[in-house]
Design a protein around this ligand. Structure first.
Ligand code: AHG
Length: 334
Protein backbone atom coordinates (compact mmCIF):
# COMPACT_ATOMS: atom_id res chain seq x y z
CA UNK A 1 0.00 0.00 0.00
CA UNK A 2 1.34 3.45 -0.92
CA UNK A 3 2.06 5.42 2.23
CA UNK A 4 0.66 8.95 2.62
CA UNK A 5 2.59 11.39 4.79
CA UNK A 6 0.87 14.00 6.97
CA UNK A 7 2.06 16.72 4.57
CA UNK A 8 0.62 14.89 1.54
CA UNK A 9 -2.62 14.27 3.41
CA UNK A 10 -2.95 17.96 4.30
CA UNK A 11 -2.22 19.04 0.72
CA UNK A 12 -4.95 16.70 -0.54
CA UNK A 13 -7.37 18.01 2.09
CA UNK A 14 -6.50 21.57 1.03
CA UNK A 15 -7.24 20.72 -2.60
CA UNK A 16 -10.57 19.27 -1.51
CA UNK A 17 -11.36 22.56 0.30
CA UNK A 18 -11.52 20.98 3.76
CA UNK A 19 -8.62 22.90 5.31
CA UNK A 20 -6.95 26.18 4.38
CA UNK A 21 -3.23 26.78 3.84
CA UNK A 22 -2.62 28.63 7.10
CA UNK A 23 -4.34 26.00 9.27
CA UNK A 24 -2.60 23.12 7.53
CA UNK A 25 0.78 24.82 8.01
CA UNK A 26 0.02 25.35 11.69
CA UNK A 27 -0.87 21.64 12.10
CA UNK A 28 2.44 20.73 10.44
CA UNK A 29 4.37 23.00 12.81
CA UNK A 30 2.66 21.47 15.86
CA UNK A 31 3.37 17.95 14.50
CA UNK A 32 7.04 18.87 13.97
CA UNK A 33 7.32 20.13 17.57
CA UNK A 34 5.75 16.88 18.79
CA UNK A 35 8.46 14.91 16.94
CA UNK A 36 11.01 16.79 19.03
CA UNK A 37 9.06 16.01 22.22
CA UNK A 38 9.00 12.33 21.14
CA UNK A 39 12.80 12.37 20.83
CA UNK A 40 13.17 13.91 24.32
CA UNK A 41 10.64 11.46 25.80
CA UNK A 42 12.27 8.42 24.17
CA UNK A 43 15.72 9.29 25.55
CA UNK A 44 14.41 8.78 29.10
CA UNK A 45 17.08 8.71 31.76
CA UNK A 46 19.82 9.01 29.09
CA UNK A 47 18.59 12.47 28.09
CA UNK A 48 18.52 13.73 31.70
CA UNK A 49 14.82 14.55 31.24
CA UNK A 50 13.27 12.50 34.06
CA UNK A 51 12.30 13.78 37.50
CA UNK A 52 10.96 17.01 38.92
CA UNK A 53 11.80 20.43 37.47
CA UNK A 54 11.61 21.96 40.95
CA UNK A 55 8.86 24.38 39.84
CA UNK A 56 5.06 24.49 40.05
CA UNK A 57 2.57 25.29 37.27
CA UNK A 58 -0.54 27.48 37.36
CA UNK A 59 -2.57 24.50 38.63
CA UNK A 60 -0.28 24.31 41.68
CA UNK A 61 1.11 20.96 40.49
CA UNK A 62 4.81 20.07 40.64
CA UNK A 63 6.26 20.25 37.13
CA UNK A 64 8.34 17.43 35.70
CA UNK A 65 11.40 18.34 33.65
CA UNK A 66 9.65 16.99 30.56
CA UNK A 67 6.59 19.21 31.21
CA UNK A 68 8.87 22.24 31.05
CA UNK A 69 10.91 20.99 28.06
CA UNK A 70 7.76 20.09 26.06
CA UNK A 71 6.19 23.46 26.80
CA UNK A 72 9.32 25.26 25.58
CA UNK A 73 9.53 23.13 22.42
CA UNK A 74 5.92 23.96 21.49
CA UNK A 75 6.28 27.67 22.26
CA UNK A 76 9.52 28.01 20.32
CA UNK A 77 8.30 26.02 17.30
CA UNK A 78 5.12 28.05 17.03
CA UNK A 79 6.50 31.55 17.66
CA UNK A 80 7.92 32.36 14.23
CA UNK A 81 5.67 30.54 11.73
CA UNK A 82 3.27 33.43 11.12
CA UNK A 83 0.03 31.46 11.62
CA UNK A 84 -0.57 32.36 15.27
CA UNK A 85 -1.86 35.38 17.17
CA UNK A 86 -1.03 33.79 20.57
CA UNK A 87 -0.64 30.50 22.45
CA UNK A 88 -2.05 29.28 25.77
CA UNK A 89 -0.63 26.37 27.70
CA UNK A 90 -1.82 24.35 30.65
CA UNK A 91 1.59 25.09 32.14
CA UNK A 92 1.34 28.92 31.98
CA UNK A 93 -1.00 31.31 33.77
CA UNK A 94 -1.49 33.77 30.89
CA UNK A 95 -1.44 33.49 27.10
CA UNK A 96 1.95 33.85 25.42
CA UNK A 97 2.11 36.60 22.81
CA UNK A 98 3.98 36.19 19.53
CA UNK A 99 7.22 38.22 19.72
CA UNK A 100 7.10 41.48 17.70
CA UNK A 101 9.96 40.33 15.46
CA UNK A 102 7.70 37.66 13.87
CA UNK A 103 4.58 38.02 11.68
CA UNK A 104 1.24 37.26 13.31
CA UNK A 105 -1.55 35.05 12.02
CA UNK A 106 -5.20 34.75 12.96
CA UNK A 107 -5.16 31.50 14.95
CA UNK A 108 -4.99 30.74 18.67
CA UNK A 109 -3.23 27.56 19.80
CA UNK A 110 -3.93 25.89 23.15
CA UNK A 111 -2.00 22.89 24.42
CA UNK A 112 -1.30 20.53 27.27
CA UNK A 113 2.36 19.95 26.39
CA UNK A 114 2.77 16.70 28.34
CA UNK A 115 -0.39 15.07 29.60
CA UNK A 116 -0.08 12.23 32.12
CA UNK A 117 3.29 13.46 33.29
CA UNK A 118 3.08 11.45 36.53
CA UNK A 119 3.71 8.46 34.23
CA UNK A 120 6.98 9.72 32.71
CA UNK A 121 9.35 8.33 35.29
CA UNK A 122 7.79 4.85 35.11
CA UNK A 123 8.04 4.66 31.30
CA UNK A 124 4.29 4.60 30.61
CA UNK A 125 2.78 6.43 27.63
CA UNK A 126 2.31 10.20 27.90
CA UNK A 127 1.13 12.67 25.28
CA UNK A 128 0.53 16.18 23.95
CA UNK A 129 -3.00 17.52 23.39
CA UNK A 130 -3.77 20.62 21.28
CA UNK A 131 -6.70 22.72 20.14
CA UNK A 132 -6.79 25.47 17.48
CA UNK A 133 -9.25 28.37 17.51
CA UNK A 134 -9.70 31.44 15.33
CA UNK A 135 -8.53 34.71 16.87
CA UNK A 136 -11.45 37.18 17.00
CA UNK A 137 -11.23 39.81 14.22
CA UNK A 138 -9.26 42.94 15.01
CA UNK A 139 -7.48 41.50 18.08
CA UNK A 140 -3.72 41.86 17.84
CA UNK A 141 -2.74 41.12 21.48
CA UNK A 142 -5.13 38.28 22.44
CA UNK A 143 -5.89 38.01 26.14
CA UNK A 144 -7.38 35.06 28.06
CA UNK A 145 -10.94 36.25 27.27
CA UNK A 146 -10.31 35.85 23.52
CA UNK A 147 -9.56 32.15 24.03
CA UNK A 148 -12.85 31.56 25.90
CA UNK A 149 -14.74 30.12 22.93
CA UNK A 150 -16.95 27.00 23.10
CA UNK A 151 -15.44 23.75 21.78
CA UNK A 152 -17.85 23.83 18.83
CA UNK A 153 -15.75 26.69 17.39
CA UNK A 154 -12.51 24.65 17.33
CA UNK A 155 -10.93 24.61 13.86
CA UNK A 156 -8.75 21.60 14.64
CA UNK A 157 -7.71 19.42 17.55
CA UNK A 158 -5.29 16.59 18.02
CA UNK A 159 -3.15 14.59 20.35
CA UNK A 160 0.16 12.77 20.07
CA UNK A 161 0.71 9.70 22.19
CA UNK A 162 4.35 8.90 22.98
CA UNK A 163 4.04 5.15 23.45
CA UNK A 164 5.71 2.11 21.89
CA UNK A 165 4.96 4.03 18.67
CA UNK A 166 4.50 7.81 18.43
CA UNK A 167 1.02 8.38 17.04
CA UNK A 168 -0.77 11.60 16.04
CA UNK A 169 -4.59 11.66 15.99
CA UNK A 170 -6.09 14.67 14.28
CA UNK A 171 -9.38 16.25 13.30
CA UNK A 172 -10.30 19.49 11.59
CA UNK A 173 -13.99 18.67 11.42
CA UNK A 174 -13.92 16.14 8.58
CA UNK A 175 -13.42 12.89 10.47
CA UNK A 176 -10.69 11.71 12.81
CA UNK A 177 -7.46 10.39 11.31
CA UNK A 178 -4.39 8.67 12.72
CA UNK A 179 -0.74 9.07 11.67
CA UNK A 180 2.14 6.94 12.94
CA UNK A 181 5.65 8.38 13.17
CA UNK A 182 8.10 6.60 10.88
CA UNK A 183 11.24 7.21 12.93
CA UNK A 184 13.68 6.30 10.12
CA UNK A 185 12.08 8.71 7.64
CA UNK A 186 11.13 11.25 10.31
CA UNK A 187 7.57 11.78 9.09
CA UNK A 188 4.06 11.01 10.28
CA UNK A 189 2.39 8.51 7.94
CA UNK A 190 -1.38 8.02 7.63
CA UNK A 191 -2.23 4.78 9.43
CA UNK A 192 -6.04 5.07 9.80
CA UNK A 193 -8.42 7.34 7.90
CA UNK A 194 -11.88 8.20 9.19
CA UNK A 195 -11.75 6.24 12.43
CA UNK A 196 -15.11 5.03 13.78
CA UNK A 197 -15.65 4.22 17.47
CA UNK A 198 -18.12 1.35 17.99
CA UNK A 199 -21.35 2.66 19.58
CA UNK A 200 -21.44 -0.15 22.12
CA UNK A 201 -18.65 -1.39 24.36
CA UNK A 202 -17.88 -3.61 27.33
CA UNK A 203 -14.79 -1.69 28.47
CA UNK A 204 -14.58 1.39 30.69
CA UNK A 205 -11.81 3.54 32.19
CA UNK A 206 -12.12 5.33 35.53
CA UNK A 207 -10.03 5.88 38.66
CA UNK A 208 -11.92 3.45 40.93
CA UNK A 209 -10.10 4.68 44.03
CA UNK A 210 -12.43 7.71 43.98
CA UNK A 211 -15.58 5.57 43.98
CA UNK A 212 -16.73 6.49 47.50
CA UNK A 213 -16.48 10.21 46.64
CA UNK A 214 -18.60 10.17 43.44
CA UNK A 215 -22.12 11.54 43.09
CA UNK A 216 -24.98 8.99 43.48
CA UNK A 217 -25.74 8.65 39.70
CA UNK A 218 -22.08 7.81 39.01
CA UNK A 219 -22.09 5.27 41.85
CA UNK A 220 -25.21 3.75 40.33
CA UNK A 221 -23.84 3.62 36.76
CA UNK A 222 -20.46 2.07 37.65
CA UNK A 223 -22.14 -0.22 40.21
CA UNK A 224 -24.27 -1.65 37.40
CA UNK A 225 -21.22 -2.21 35.17
CA UNK A 226 -19.43 -3.99 38.01
CA UNK A 227 -22.45 -6.22 38.64
CA UNK A 228 -21.85 -7.63 35.15
CA UNK A 229 -24.07 -10.45 33.83
CA UNK A 230 -25.83 -10.75 37.20
CA UNK A 231 -26.84 -7.06 37.23
CA UNK A 232 -29.37 -4.94 35.31
CA UNK A 233 -27.03 -4.60 32.30
CA UNK A 234 -26.85 -8.39 31.77
CA UNK A 235 -23.30 -8.06 30.50
CA UNK A 236 -19.77 -8.34 31.89
CA UNK A 237 -17.59 -5.21 31.62
CA UNK A 238 -13.81 -4.94 31.77
CA UNK A 239 -11.88 -2.01 33.27
CA UNK A 240 -8.65 -0.26 32.18
CA UNK A 241 -6.99 2.89 33.63
CA UNK A 242 -3.61 4.10 32.35
CA UNK A 243 -3.90 7.49 34.12
CA UNK A 244 -2.63 9.22 30.97
CA UNK A 245 -5.71 10.63 29.25
CA UNK A 246 -4.05 10.41 25.83
CA UNK A 247 -3.37 6.69 26.27
CA UNK A 248 -6.86 5.97 27.63
CA UNK A 249 -8.46 7.96 24.78
CA UNK A 250 -6.22 6.26 22.24
CA UNK A 251 -7.49 2.86 23.39
CA UNK A 252 -11.05 4.12 22.80
CA UNK A 253 -10.07 5.45 19.37
CA UNK A 254 -8.61 2.02 18.59
CA UNK A 255 -11.16 -0.45 19.95
CA UNK A 256 -13.97 1.54 21.57
CA UNK A 257 -14.68 1.97 25.26
CA UNK A 258 -15.44 4.80 27.64
CA UNK A 259 -13.44 7.20 29.82
CA UNK A 260 -14.80 8.98 32.88
CA UNK A 261 -13.34 11.62 35.16
CA UNK A 262 -16.52 12.52 37.07
CA UNK A 263 -17.10 15.06 39.80
CA UNK A 264 -16.34 13.88 43.30
CA UNK A 265 -16.47 15.56 46.69
CA UNK A 266 -12.69 16.13 46.72
CA UNK A 267 -12.68 18.11 43.46
CA UNK A 268 -16.21 19.56 43.51
CA UNK A 269 -15.00 23.06 44.42
CA UNK A 270 -12.62 23.05 41.43
CA UNK A 271 -15.34 21.93 38.99
CA UNK A 272 -13.60 18.67 38.04
CA UNK A 273 -10.11 17.28 37.47
CA UNK A 274 -9.50 17.78 33.75
CA UNK A 275 -9.12 21.12 31.97
CA UNK A 276 -11.81 22.21 29.55
CA UNK A 277 -9.59 24.14 27.14
CA UNK A 278 -6.54 21.84 27.04
CA UNK A 279 -8.03 18.37 27.53
CA UNK A 280 -11.82 18.10 27.46
CA UNK A 281 -12.61 20.23 24.37
CA UNK A 282 -9.93 18.84 22.02
CA UNK A 283 -10.63 15.24 23.08
CA UNK A 284 -14.40 15.83 22.71
CA UNK A 285 -13.89 17.12 19.14
CA UNK A 286 -11.73 14.10 18.23
CA UNK A 287 -14.17 11.62 19.81
CA UNK A 288 -17.30 13.19 18.25
CA UNK A 289 -15.67 13.26 14.82
CA UNK A 290 -15.10 9.50 15.24
CA UNK A 291 -18.78 8.89 16.05
CA UNK A 292 -18.46 8.90 19.85
CA UNK A 293 -19.97 11.22 22.46
CA UNK A 294 -18.47 13.57 25.06
CA UNK A 295 -20.39 15.11 27.96
CA UNK A 296 -19.84 16.45 31.47
CA UNK A 297 -22.47 13.94 32.62
CA UNK A 298 -25.08 16.63 32.09
CA UNK A 299 -24.13 18.71 29.02
CA UNK A 300 -22.28 18.24 25.76
CA UNK A 301 -18.70 19.34 26.52
CA UNK A 302 -18.26 21.27 23.27
CA UNK A 303 -21.31 23.46 23.99
CA UNK A 304 -20.00 24.76 27.31
CA UNK A 305 -19.26 28.48 27.38
CA UNK A 306 -15.78 28.62 28.98
CA UNK A 307 -15.40 30.96 31.93
CA UNK A 308 -11.65 30.64 32.51
CA UNK A 309 -8.55 29.57 30.63
CA UNK A 310 -7.77 26.92 33.26
CA UNK A 311 -11.37 25.89 34.00
CA UNK A 312 -11.90 22.25 34.98
CA UNK A 313 -14.90 20.08 34.08
CA UNK A 314 -16.10 16.49 34.57
CA UNK A 315 -15.40 14.37 31.47
CA UNK A 316 -17.42 11.42 30.13
CA UNK A 317 -16.39 10.32 26.63
CA UNK A 318 -16.26 7.39 24.24
CA UNK A 319 -18.71 4.85 22.82
CA UNK A 320 -21.96 6.69 22.26
CA UNK A 321 -24.52 4.35 23.80
CA UNK A 322 -22.66 4.02 27.13
CA UNK A 323 -22.07 7.79 27.42
CA UNK A 324 -25.78 8.27 26.79
CA UNK A 325 -26.67 5.85 29.62
CA UNK A 326 -24.27 7.49 32.13
CA UNK A 327 -25.46 11.00 31.12
CA UNK A 328 -29.12 9.94 31.37
CA UNK A 329 -28.54 8.69 34.95
CA UNK A 330 -27.12 12.10 35.93
CA UNK A 331 -29.84 14.13 34.22
CA UNK A 332 -32.68 12.09 35.70
CA UNK A 333 -31.15 12.20 39.21
CA UNK A 334 -31.01 16.04 39.26
P1 AHG B 1 -1.19 15.23 34.60
O1 AHG B 1 -0.98 15.70 33.19
O2 AHG B 1 -1.15 16.33 35.58
O3 AHG B 1 -0.37 14.06 34.99
O4 AHG B 1 -2.74 14.76 34.71
C1 AHG B 1 -3.08 13.59 34.16
C2 AHG B 1 -4.56 13.58 34.02
C3 AHG B 1 -5.02 12.69 32.90
O5 AHG B 1 -4.09 12.49 31.90
C4 AHG B 1 -5.38 11.41 33.58
O6 AHG B 1 -6.48 10.84 32.95
C5 AHG B 1 -5.71 11.81 34.99
O7 AHG B 1 -5.09 13.06 35.21
C6 AHG B 1 -5.21 10.83 36.00
O8 AHG B 1 -5.82 11.07 37.18
P2 AHG B 1 -5.55 10.17 38.51
O9 AHG B 1 -4.30 10.71 39.10
O10 AHG B 1 -6.76 10.38 39.35
O11 AHG B 1 -5.42 8.74 38.09
Amino acid sequence: MKSISLIQFLIEERRAGRVNAELSLLIEVVARACKRIAVATNKGALGGVLGEAGTGNIQGEAQKKLDVISNEILLEANAWGGQLAACASEEMEDPQQIPDMYPKGNHLLLFDPLDGSSNIDVNISVGTIFSILRCPDGITQPKAEHFLQPGTTQLAAGYVVYGPATVLVLTFGYGTHEFTLDREVGSFVLSRRDIRIPEETAEFAINMSNQRHWEPPMQRYIGELLAGKDGPRNKDFNMRWVASMVADVHRIITRGGTFFYPLDVKIRSKGGKLRLMYEANPMAFIIEQAGGAATTGRERIMELQPTGLHQRVPVFLGSKKEIEVATHYHLTAD
